[in-house]
Each structure stands twice: as C-alpha cells, then as structure tokens.
Design a protein around this ligand. Sequence first.
Ligand code: SF4
Length: 294
Amino acid sequence: MSKYIEISSKTACNRINSKFLPFNWDLNIYRGCEHKCQYCFALYSHKYMESDDFFDEIYVKKNIVECFEKQISSKRWNRKLVNIGGVTDSYQPAEKKYKLMPDILKLCIKYKVPVSLSTKSKLILRDFDLFAELATLVPVNVACTITTINEKIRQLIEPGASTIKERFNNLKELSKTKVNTGIFIMPIIPELTDSYNNLSMLYKFAQENNVNFAVTSILNLRGETKINFLNFVKNKLPHLYNKIKSHYKGSYVNSVYQKHIDNILEKIESTFPLKEKKISYPNYENTDEQPSLF
Ligand code: SF4
C-alpha cells in the first residue's frame, strides 16, 4: 500500500531544455510512481526528495491546479504545448483518490492549451469527455506505453500498471475523438521484448485500434535505472542476465544491436504502416538527430 505525502508546489509547469524532446514545458502532479516499472527512467527524481522510495512514497502536489492556472492565464504564456506527466504517470492509482487531472484538463479547455500525455493506466478513460472536448479546440496527443504482447512479462516488468488489453482499449476509445493517438514501444528490452513477433504484433494491434503513430526506443541503462533493472534481472530472470548485459557498451546498446533492431522495425513498419510515420528515438550517445513527435 502506497503512502501519499501531500506537498505544495511553487509552479505547475517546469521548463525543459532538451533538444531531443518536442516540447518545452512539463507538468507533473505526482513525484514517485505506483506503476513500479522495473526499467523506470525516473528513479533519479526521488534523489531530490527526502525519501528514496520511488515506488511506494508518492508526493502529491495538492495546489497544482491553482499554480497551473496562474501560469497559463499569464499573457506571456501564449498557448504553448504542455506535456503532462513527463516524469511520472498522471493516471497512476493516486489519481483515483486526488482527481486532479479533470481540473487540469478543464483549465486546458478554458485557456486552449495544447497537450501531450502518455500513460499506462486505464484510468485515463474516466476523463474521456474532457480529452474529446479539448481535442476539438487544440492539438491533443495521447500515447499509451505498451512494451509487450505477453501479459505475464507485463506483470513482471510493469506490475502496478493496467493490462495490455486495457491500454489498447484506451487507444481504441480515444481514436474515436479528435485526439491524436500513439503507442510508445519503449523501452525495447534486449532479449525480453525485442523479438520480431512481439514488435510486429504491437504494430498490428496498434493498426487495428486506429492508432496514428508509434515511438520506439531501446532501453538505456543509466544511474539508478541500471542498478534497479540489473538487480531485477538477476533475481527474476537470471538466465537472461549475461545475455542482456552483452548488448551494452556502457549505458547504451552497442551499434550492432541497434542496427539489428532498426532493421526489424523498418520491416515491421512497412508491413503494418500507421497513419503517421514511425519515430524512433536515436541513441543519444551517437547522434545529433532530433525527433519531432507532433
Ligand atoms: S509509469 Fe513511468 S514513471 Fe511510472 S514507474 Fe513506469 S516508467 Fe516509471
């Protein structure tokens, strides 16, 4: 059972200066995440808090709605796109209790703020009408991260998140509106979720559920993520430990493996094309390429 710690925030949206991301503002209602993904990239964010229990101590920014209105009602704001939940999932279980997202979305409607959001939770459909209305006014991009078609693997790597079927259902329902829907196939985990069959089935189901775009990226192992993920593999999937490690050169996969996955994805993309072109995040270590999602 997670512990919720209510805090006050000074601002709602934080400025992001990354040449790899297609937005400059990110809003996070929660610190910590109950989805408990073993590959979680955001573990670092608890280093700044008093606790280091990222998965079970959830900080809730109780005043985020009023902070958000203060920011976006400013004349200087100029309807910039806000990414909601770039660090932690805005529809994790805590949102069932705090219900902060509906008020955030109502403000986006009021001030006509374009948004992007990704989630692994079926709770997003609670706010279906708000997303549908917002998408009639401004661009709205909603993606669900889905990494595998195997529910047993999903339970192992993302134990606190919704099922694969529920996430595809999110996309199917939201595709009936003007929301631009996408699938984030990320991270692709070497030896676990990188087979042709797994990746092609994800594209096939995306196509069948009217998903517009896909974003792919191979697992990077940096800092806390590396420690947590390799401990998990050692304990739960010991037969894969050496195999997974063999694909890495430092924090990133080696170029031979990267090329192998690129080739697979190229083939799959031509077999199951989505409405918008597939976007693959580059290996940050080796390129200056900048993806543009929206
Ligand atoms: S949903 Fe995102 S933030 Fe939450 S545990 Fe999973 S990877 Fe981390």
